[in-house]
Design a protein around this ligand. Structure first.
Ligand SMILES: Nc1ncnc2c1ncn2[C@@H]1O[C@H](COP(=O)(O)OP(=O)(O)OP(=O)(O)O)[C@@H](O)[C@H]1O
Ligand SMILES: Cc1ncsc1CCO
Ligand SMILES: [Mg+2]
Length: 269
């Protein structure tokens, strides 16, 4: 029996408290995506309280999209506290490779051992380079991917093995690896790339799934699959990016295990 729909059910029963330190662009969509999927969001980033809160949250998500000195201090404290408390934490390395400041922040965050790294292909290739792996790839030009997820397979495997974490690479076909297993997910709509912060909100949802199972690989696969399938269903009734954004939140909220089983285009490869 496929256990992915059960993880969604577990999530809705547990209603995990997910602390999200994310960029200004994504705060609203990420909090609403968490509520819709069945989790409880808390967007808490101030260095004065971020670490204290991470010790009581069920999972932490750190996204460096609009990082600044203050945000970075909060991220370091929270990630350290999550690690010390044995809570899962997810890193979304937005714009990895774009500037020296961003790369140094990523390097410091990698040292705090993220449980799951979720990014687009360009970002994951840049993170591997920052970690001293796979150094021959081109730098991304901004926050959007210049590459297909499959192009980052080597970088994702190397990162997962080296940091003992799960790496989730998104794109037209998503790729998830724990360094040994690789699952691809061919669901999702191109409209998701035309709504800003769809990837950031996904990273928040990955945190919610990671809060309800110790199996980080299963959590990442289940989160990406549910998210992309909600995107497929929402796209069927959308005229463009604006109406899609609204329909997408509705579909995350109404998503059923049976729809995941019916529509899943996940395969091992
Ligand atoms: N070309 C595509 N076709 C279908 N689905 C896609 C496509 N590109 C991305 N997706 C889906 O969109 C979601 C977000 O992934 P994406 O790779 O766009 O993140 P991102 O680049 O980090 O986004 P952002 O930086 O805007 O938050 C995932 O569920 C992914 O499967
Ligand atoms: C557009 C943008 N700029 C910094 S973060 C962000 C949200 C998508 O990553
Ligand atoms: Mg992104």
């Amino acid at each position: 029996m496929n256990d992915k729909p059960l993880l969604l059910d577990d999530l809705r029963r547990a209603r995990p408290l997910v602390q999200v330190i994310t960029n200004y662009v994504s705060m609203d969509l990420a909090a609403n995506a968490l509520l819709a999927i069945g989790a409880a969001p808390a967007m808490i980033h101030a260095p004065e309280e971020a670490a204290e809160f991470a010790a009581i949250a069920d999972a932490l998500v750190v996204n460096i999209g609009t990082i600044s000195k203050t945000f970075f201090e909060g991220m370091l404290g929270a990630a350290e506290a999550a690690r010390a408390a044995g809570k899962p934490w997810v890193l979304d390395p937005v714009g990895a490779g774009a500037t020296r400041y961003r790369n140094a922040a990523i390097e410091a965050l990698l040292a705090l051992k993220p449980s799951i790294i979720r990014g687009n292909a360009s970002e994951i290739m840049a993170v591997a380079r920052i970690a001293g792996l796979n150094a021959d790839q081109a730098a991304p030009k901004g926050v959007d991917s210049q590459h297909e997820a499959g192009a980052a397979k080597g970088a994702a495997l190397a990162l997962a093995q080296n940091l003992s974490c799960v790496v989730a690479v998104t794109g037209a076909v998503d790729l998830v690896t724990d360094g040994t297993r690789v699952t691809r997910i061919a669901n999702g709509s191109e409209l998701m790339t035309r709504v800003t912060a769809c990837g950031c909100a996904l990273s928040a949802v990955v945190g919610a799934f990671a809060a309800v199972t110790p199996d980080r690989f299963a959590a990442a696969v289940a989160a990406l699959e549910a998210y992309a399938i909600a995107g497929d269903i929402a796209a069927e009734a959308s005229a463009g990016p604006g109406s899609f954004r609204v329909a997408f939140i509705d579909r995350l909220a109404s998503l059923q295990g049976a729809e995941i089983l019916e529509r899943s285009k996940a395969y091992g490869a």
